[in-house]
Design a protein around this ligand. Structure first.
Ligand SMILES: C[C@H](O)[C@H](O)[C@H]1CNC2=NC(N)=NC(=O)C2=N1
Length: 178
């Protein structure tokens, strides 16, 4: 390495300046290129698969790829769903858990009384009639456990996500314990 230092020192002054100018141009061109690439990736990541909590714009392509895989592949979506489904589904996952071989989502609500749990179930049942979509659920006193999945086309569909969002809104309006 030392001989390189000697070589550059031996170069005429205008040649050293030229080298320096080239290096500067190269560095800023690379930086610009990286900013564009990473910027695009982060934009794609945040609009398609980013979870609502803990969204991170990863600065390396490796981290981006693994994060992308985790969120895109870990849910078994039904076929023929709208483009916004992965994003809306991933937003649920801070309170819902994947179930049924990752083809469904499940959540347990705890209310302060049986009558609040029953009111919740009544409102959800009314919405099931509207959407023609029905849960698998269980009630024990003030607790309701509910699971959404789609049998045809098999997987997690937009109807499951819409119903899960409806459940969260309704439960919050009624008021949860704690
Ligand atoms: C014919 C009728 O629309 C279907 O059987 C509906 C009824 N409710 C449903 N509910 C759920 N959760 N998944 C379905 O695939 C489903 N299918």
């Amino acid at each position: 390495m030392t001989h390189l230092k000697h070589l550059s020192q031996a170069l005429p002054l205008h040649s050293q300046a030229d080298q320096c100018w080239r290096r500067t141009r190269l560095t800023s061109a690379v930086a610009f290129h990286l900013r564009i690439r990473l910027g695009r990736r982060c934009a794609a990541w945040s609009t398609s698969y980013a979870p609502s909590k803990g969204v991170k714009c990863f600065s390396t392509s490796q981290a981006y790829r693994s994060a992308d895989k985790t969120n895109a592949i870990d849910i078994a979506f039904s076929s023929g769903q709208p483009a916004e489904l992965p994003h809306r589904a991933s937003k649920l996952l801070h309170v819902w858990q994947l179930s049924n071989a990752k083809k469904g989502v499940t959540r347990q609500y705890t209310f302060t009384s049986f009558s609040k749990a029953w009111r919740f179930m009544t409102l959800v049942a009314e919405q099931c009639k509207v959407k023609k979509h029905h849960p698998s659920w269980h009630n024990l006193y003030n607790k309701v456990t509910i699971e959404w999945t789609t049998h045809t086309p098999e997987g997690l569909s937009i109807k499951d996500v819409e119903m899960a969002e409806f459940c969260d809104r309704t439960a919050n309006e009624i008021g949860l314990k704690g």
